[in-house]
Design a binder for this molecule. Structure first.
Ligand code: AMP
Length: 113
C-alpha cells in the first residue's frame, strides 16, 4: 500500500509544493511545528535512513543541497534553522517514506522531546 507521501508524489492528494526536481519533492507540512516547516522527500520510495542503500548516497546528498537552497529561498538561512530526520518507532517516524523536516522561523530548543 502506498504511503501518503507516495500519494503526494503521484498527485493523488494535494500538497503545497515548494520545490520539485527529478530526485525529490518538497512541500509544506500540514501540521507545522514552526513558522516554516517543509518536508523534503526522495521520489524513490526509500522507507527510512535505516533502509537507505549504499548506492543511494547521491540522493540524500542532493537532498541536502536542496534543503540548503530552500532555507535560503524561504528566508531561514540568516537566522538559522533545524533539519530533522525521524527514523523508526523510537525516532518518532510516522510516515514510512524517508523525509527531512526543515524547520525555521523561531528559535529552537534542545534537547528535542
Ligand atoms: P514524522 O513524524 O517524522 O514521520 O513526520 C511526518 C510528518 O508528515 C508530520 O510532521 C505530519 O504533519 C506530516 N504530514 C502527514 N500527512 C501530511 C500531508 N498530507 N501533507 C503534508 N504533511 C503531512
Amino acid at each position: 500500500m502506498s504511503t501518503i507521501f507516495q500519494k503526494i508524489i503521484d498527485r493523488e492528494i494535494p500538497a503545497d509544493i515548494v520545490h520539485e526536481d527529478d530526485v525529490c519533492l518538497a512541500f509544506r507540512d500540514v501540521n507545522p511545528q514552526a513558522p516554516t516547516h517543509v518536508l523534503v522527500i526522495p521520489k524513490r520510495p526509500i522507507v527510512s535512513l535505516e533502509t537507505l542503500a549504499d548506492d543511494e548516497a547521491a540522493i540524500v546528498g542532493h537532498m541536502a543541497l536542496v534543503i540548503r537552497d530552500l532555507a535560503r529561498q524561504l528566508g531561514l538561512a540568516e537566522g538559522g534553522y533545524r533539519v530533522v530526520v525521524n527514523c523508526g518507532a523510537d525516532g518518532g517516524q510516522t510516515v514510512d517514506h524517508l523525509h527531512y523536516h526543515l524547520l525555521g522561523g523561531r528559535p529552537m530548543s534542545w534537547p528535542p522531546g
